[in-house]
Design a protein around this ligand. Structure first.
Ligand SMILES: [Zn+2]
Length: 1033
């Protein structure tokens, strides 16, 4: 899945959680982490193996214990008895406390895993969805499920949520295993459950049978049910859109099952390791069409329902429930050029938007075909569909053979949308297609290993996009967009390890976060570089082949990579990939490597040590828990003498987790700099002795181009964040950034802007903000003048993105020329006779132009832009407008906008409510208004957003990102106290908001005076020219 929030757009604040307590040495730490993993595996992988080797029921053992109990009467035995009875009847242990570390899981959370006494083999699902108001959007459903009994049992437990079972219809009968086939026939002898129970908190439906199912036999369960196409964005739900030509609202039915919502569409064993084959049949009106994971087998009339047809789909490959999908709509489709991919590839959208699917139709099949070669495994399905939906909670979802997207993630109109939205479409498509292998073909055994899906898809998406657009240099952008972004998240105490035990659906939805995605991707990239490309790909291909149609835990991946690495001698035979990677996946956070050069020795050397990087000083943690955090760190470096082209990313040596310090000869001259972590391929920061920093600053000022652009970006990001963490004086970090006046490349600027965003946010309410703006105007002035406001057709993508960044910052800090250009163009647009079709603003500068015009303007400008939103037909444009409307500084306009965001039929879609609130919270005027609004309307917001969106968390984080006074911190704490117990999936966000605010208060106290006086001096030295706008603005 691709979350709604583009990771790249959320700087500096993201959800994190508290880790379990740790103590002792590194080895005992890892030992503990490993045992935690082991225990969790008992609940997942081991269950899996039980499926393969059915065992007898534990009942006999329980009886034996019963005898012991009679004889001894020991309490202990009674406990064991209970345990074994439960194991037999329910097939699973009683609680999930075996998870060990606290991690994400609240220790007292409900155990929600299914019993393991049966496993599903095959489902036939027949659905008649009434996608129409007249029938109240109801669904009539039938499901036949073939299950294999692994342990004799009287009770079958299956997942169900918001579904009404027609109890008298439920039957179970034995079928011949050999007959497993679509021919669903009624058996002569069937039994009906004697008891139906609904365990609502666990989302279970328990059927108690009059007689026991026998181990080793196959049974068929038949259930009729009724459900509702709710507008909840989860399960089988309804969506709608306005047919502008006919001026009517049209409805469609679509699905979103990940992580735990397949159970809302039909009763099923809704856990990822319970793979089965699915045969889907959908009824629809003749004027609609349907699609599902597989290709169509046949269509026939629905008996007794005139004007309705059944679409019967072929039986699927074995897959997890969360990947099942279907859509019933009146959408149009276009088939991709048949020469581009072996499977048939189609794109779908509403009729008025299908033209915007052309780009997806072009790159989709090309990326799919590329992956077949890259992974060395053919795509196993006969077809691939992609559909753009008007209402969609996430960004996109990788259902096998039927990928669903929100419109902004799949549709692109070159005349209207920016390059950034094209880039987004390309990366989301490449991400979802990568899941066809990572996630769909090989699936994590349980959600705790979610990062195996998401980390890989988030890394491979760059390789996929690079294949279709090599000129975009997207692999360079990885560093700023994924790694530097997630550093700020992972540096918090409330971060969590990549591998994290989760159970309850709320916990599962919480880990679709930056750690699983961006950190996961970053450590995979690190492996790619330290193992080398050849070993990496060989290892991955053998992993995929070994586990296809199956489930894995991370150790399975380490094993395949170790095998390839030892075979190709790219890793010391005494070391395994597991030993290295456990330090990156089982510990939260990441290291900073301290480099102390010895300038006096005859042979230049340097000493390397590591500590956990922390954003804020906390002696208790540093001396205690964190003192034991150690990683295996691959060290690569460059100097004038060695690796001067920065091409060698394979490590020269390692800092082992057990090393206290490593001293190595360094190939450089005493008077020359060294740079460690070439192309920033390792997931760590680097700090140097002050002399080396000085040498680097001199090099940047005299001729920056000898340093690789990625490493120039690294120096910006590391220097500013080391200063933020009190590991480097702020004035030195600012000195590093001063060379930027002469920098012309995208990446160093991008890294700087991202890191400086924090300082800008902190300063924005302070008395020195005017000085800050002057300093920034001066810094960007030269680039602003060089690049200009107009787009040049011959510019590369990076140049165009760079211009967007520079212009946005120039306007943000009230650069006079920028303010004039944007407001002039906006009024030109307002004066146009047909503003819906004619827009003079360059596509890449729409966001900054709209925002600036709204900021400077009043009601007239706001209403004009709002009307464009209502009339718009392009998703990305509408989303840009929604964000820009929050730039107003009129309190009443902002409050009206907030109210509209939770009002039905206001024009703002439910899926977009959080965009409004988050973007408003990110402005200085709107921040406090949003905070008030959220507190005031908490209940209404929760109800309005429903459970299809866990978007309250990101909203709270967006608010917290700007809080830096004790008063504000207090208010955030009050919010937590007041709603404790009903925060649900926002619990972690609120805790993290409190940590963020605390850190920011401390930061202000420690650094604000230094920064204010440095800026004051800098603008006096630098002077200022014609760049000043109205400083009152
Ligand atoms: Zn994904």
């Amino acid at each position: 899945m691709m979350p709604l929030i583009q990771l790249t757009s959320v700087k500096g604040s993201y959800g994190t959680i508290s880790d379990g307590e740790r103590s002792g040495s590194i080895s005992s730490n890892l030992g503990m982490a490993q045992s935690r993993e082991q225990l969790t595996m008992d609940n997942t992988k081991d269950n899996n193996s039980m499926f393969k080797r059915p065992r007898g029921c534990y009942l006999s053992q329980a009886k034996a214990f019963g005898l012991v109990l009679l004889a001894v009467g020991a309490v202990v035995a009674a406990v064991l008895l209970t345990y074994h009875w439960t194991t037999c009847e329910d097939g699973g242990p009683l609680s999930q406390k075996s998870g060990g570390g606290k991690g994400l899981a609240k220790a007292d959370k409900l155990y929600v895993r299914l019993p393991t006494n049966v496993k599903p083999l095959y489902y036939k699902v027949d659905l008649i969805p009434y996608v129409e108001e007249a029938k109240n959007f109801t669904i009539d459903g039938k499901v036949w499920i073939d299950i294999e009994c692994l342990q004799a049992t009287h009770k079958v437990t299956i997942h169900i949520k918001n579904i009404t079972v027609v109890e008298e219809s439920v039957k179970i009968y034995e079928v011949d295993e050999a007959e497993l086939s679509p021919s669903v026939t009624e058996a002569v002898e069937s039994v009906s459950p004697k008891k139906h129970e609904y365990d609502v908190p666990r989302e279970f439906y328990n059927m108690t049978l009059p007689k026991s199912l026998e181990a080793g036999k196959v049974y068929r369960i038949y259930i009729q049910f009724r459900a509702l196409l709710a507008d909840s964005l989860g399960g089988f739900y309804r969506s709608s859109y306005k047919d502008m030509a006919a001026n009517v609202t049209r409805y469609l039915g679509t699905t979103q099952f990940q992580a735990t919502d397949a159970r809302k569409a039909f009763p099923c064993f809704d856990e990822p390791q319970l793979k089965a084959r699915f045969e889907i049949s959908l009824a629809r009106r003749v004027n609609m069409s349907s699609i599902s994971n597989m290709n169509l087998n046949r269509t026939e009339p629905v008996e007794g329902m005139e004007g309705w047809l059944w679409d019967h789909y072929n039986i699927s490959v074995p897959m997890s429930t969360y990947l099942v999908a279907f859509v019933v709509s009146d959408f149009e489709n276009r088939v991709a050029n048949r020469s581009l991919s072996k499977p048939e590839f189609r794109v779908w959208a509403r009729k008025e938007a299908i033209e915007q699917a052309e780009y997806a139709r072009d790159i989709g099949p090309r990326i799919l075909t590329f992956y077949e070669t890259y992974f060395d495994i053919e795509f196993p399905l006969p077809k691939q569909d992609m559909i753009a939906l008007p209402d969609f909670g996430a960004g996109a979802m990788e259902n096998w053979g039927l990928i669903t997207y929100r419109e902004t993630a799949m549709l692109y109109d070159p005349k209207v949308s920016s390059d950034l939205s094209k880039l987004r479409v390309a990366t989301v498509i490449a991400h979802e297609l990568a899941h066809m292998w990572y996630g769909n073909l090989v699936t994590m055994a349980w959600w705790s290993d979610l990062w195996l899906n998401e980390g890989f898809a988030s890394y491979v998406e760059y390789i996929g996009v690079n294949h279709v657009h090599p000129d975009w240099k997207i692999l360079e952008q990885f560093v700023a967009d994924e790694m530097q972004y997630v550093f700020s998240l992972d540096a918090l105490d409330s971060s969590h390890p990549i591998y994290i035990p989760v159970g309850h659906p709320e916990e599962i939805s919480e880990i679709f976060d930056g750690i699983s995605y961006a950190k996961g991707a970053s450590i995979i990239r690190m492996m790619n570089h330290f193992l080398t490309e050849d070993t990496f790909r060989t290892g991955l291909a053998s992993y995929l082949k070994k586990w296809k149609f199956n489930n894995t835990v991370q150790d399975d991946l380490w094993e395949s990579l170790t095998e390839a690495a030892h075979h190709q001698t790219s890793l010391d035979p005494a070391i395994t990939v597991k030993e290295i990677m456990d330090t990156w996946t089982l510990q939260k956070g990441f290291p900073v490597v301290h480099v102390e050069r010895n300038y006096d020795a005859n042979e230049p050397t340097a000493t390397f040590t590591q500590t956990k990087f922390q954003l804020i000083k906390n002696e208790t943690l540093t001396q205690g828990e964190y003192s034991t955090y150690k990683w295996w760190i691959p060290i690569s470096y460059a100097s004038i003498n060695f690796n001067a082209n920065f091409n060698r990313t394979k490590p020269s040596f390692w800092i082992k987790a057990s090393d206290k310090a490593v001293t190595k000869p360094i190939d450089t001259n005493k008077q020359d700099w060294i740079i460690v972590n070439v192309q920033e391929t390792g997931f760590y920061r680097v700090n140097y002795d002050l002399k080396n920093w000085g040498l680097l600053i001199n090099q940047l000022r005299s001729n920056a181009s000898v340093i690789h652009p990625i490493n120039r970006g690294q120096l910006m990001d590391d220097a500013l964040n080391l200063a933020r963490a009190s590991l480097l004086p702020y004035d030195l970090a600012f000195n590093v950034t001063q060379y930027l006046k002469n920098e012309e490349e995208y990446l160093p600027w991008e890294s700087f802007f991202n890191a400086f965003h924090f300082i800008s946010t902190m300063m924005s309410k302070s008395s020195s903000y005017g000085t800050f703006k002057k300093y920034m105007r001066d810094l960007v002035h030269k680039e602003y003048t060089r690049l200009g406001y107009e787009q040049n057709e011959s510019d590369s993508l990076l140049q165009r993105l760079h211009r967007t960044n520079v212009v946005s910052w120039a306007c943000k800090v009230d650069h006079k020329g920028c303010l004039e250009s944007t407001t002039t163009l906006f009024s030109e647009w307002m004066n146009s006779s047909s503003p819906n079709t004619e827009n003079p603003i360059p596509t890449n500068l729409k966001k900054v132009t709209y925002c600036t015009a709204i900021k400077m303007g009043g009601e007239k400008e706001w209403n004009f832009l709002w009307q464009r939103y209502l009339d718009g037909n392009v998703g990305s444009e509408k989303s840009t407008i929604l964000t820009s409307l929050s730039c107003s500084r009129e309190t009443w306009i902002l409050n009206r906008y907030l109210t509209w965001s939770i009002t039905e039929n206001s024009g703002i879609r439910k899926q977009d409510t959080s965009i409004v609130l988050r973007s408003m919270a990110a402005t200085s005027v709107g921040n406090y208004l949003t905070f008030n609004f959220v507190r005031d309307k908490w209940a209404k917001l929760k109800e309005f957003l429903g459970d299809g969106l866990s978007s309250l968390g990101p909203i709270v984080k967006s608010i917290a990102a700007r809080l830096n006074t004790r008063f504000e911190l207090n208010e955030m704490q009050q919010l937590r106290d007041r709603y404790q117990g009903e925060l649900g999936a926002a619990t972690r966000a609120v805790d993290q908001g409190i940590e963020t605010a605390t850190i920011q208060i401390q930061w202000m106290e420690e650094n604000y005076p230094t920064i204010a006086s440095w800026l004051e001096k800098a603008i006096q030295v630098g002077g200022e020219s014609t760049t000043t706008g109205n400083s009152e603005l």
